[in-house]
Design a protein around this ligand. Structure first.
Ligand code: T46
Length: 133
């Protein structure tokens, strides 16, 4: 499975806490794009796609949501609910995002610019591509 959870170093003192990610250093790719998801509602799923080449790190800045990750052979599930844990997802991983809390805030760092042609949004096509059919 081409994903991992990253425990990020926290700089904390009596003023609060801070985390820094630097492309090619503690973030495993050069960061070309940042986007964020907010105003989420329960029972409204997102994702349902894979990326041919893009890598991402996703952080739940506030609230929680469930990720289903699928490499075409196995399906695993995890919750993102802490701002000090990043979910790295590499290429060719199907993702589904479910069970959002109201107003969950996800920040996403991406290795490339937005390009809809780079998405695989059909699960059967995804299975064909990863299984080289
Ligand atoms: C992913 C998960 C975690 C853009 O115009 N530029 C962008 O950079 C992005 C990310 C999206 N869009 C447009 C495309 C759609 O018309 O925003 C709309 C919503 O995107 P989408 O339905 O793909 O959103 P999610 O939450 O299902 O998926 C997003 C990312 O697209 C995806 O790469 O891995 O978050």
């Amino acid at each position: 499975m081409n994903y991992k959870l990253i425990n990020m170093k926290v700089f904390g003192d009596e003023r609060g806490r801070l985390i820094s990610l630097e492309g090619g250093r503690n973030c495993p790719f050069e960061i070309k794009r940042v986007y964020w998801i907010f105003d989420t509602v329960p029972n409204m799923d997102r994702g349902m796609h894979a990326h041919k080449n893009m890598e991402q790190i996703i952080v739940a800045m506030d609230g929680a949501c469930q990720f289903i990750l699928d490499d075409g052979k196995k399906r695993e599930s995890l919750w993102l609910n802490r701002p000090d844990i990043g979910l790295y997802i590499g290429k060719n991983m199907w993702r589904e995002m479910k069970n959002f809390s109201y107003g969950c805030k996800l920040m996403v760092l991406a290795s490339d610019y937005y390009d809809e042609r780079e998405y695989i949004r059909d699960y059967n096509r995804f299975l064909k591509e990863v299984n080289n059919d």
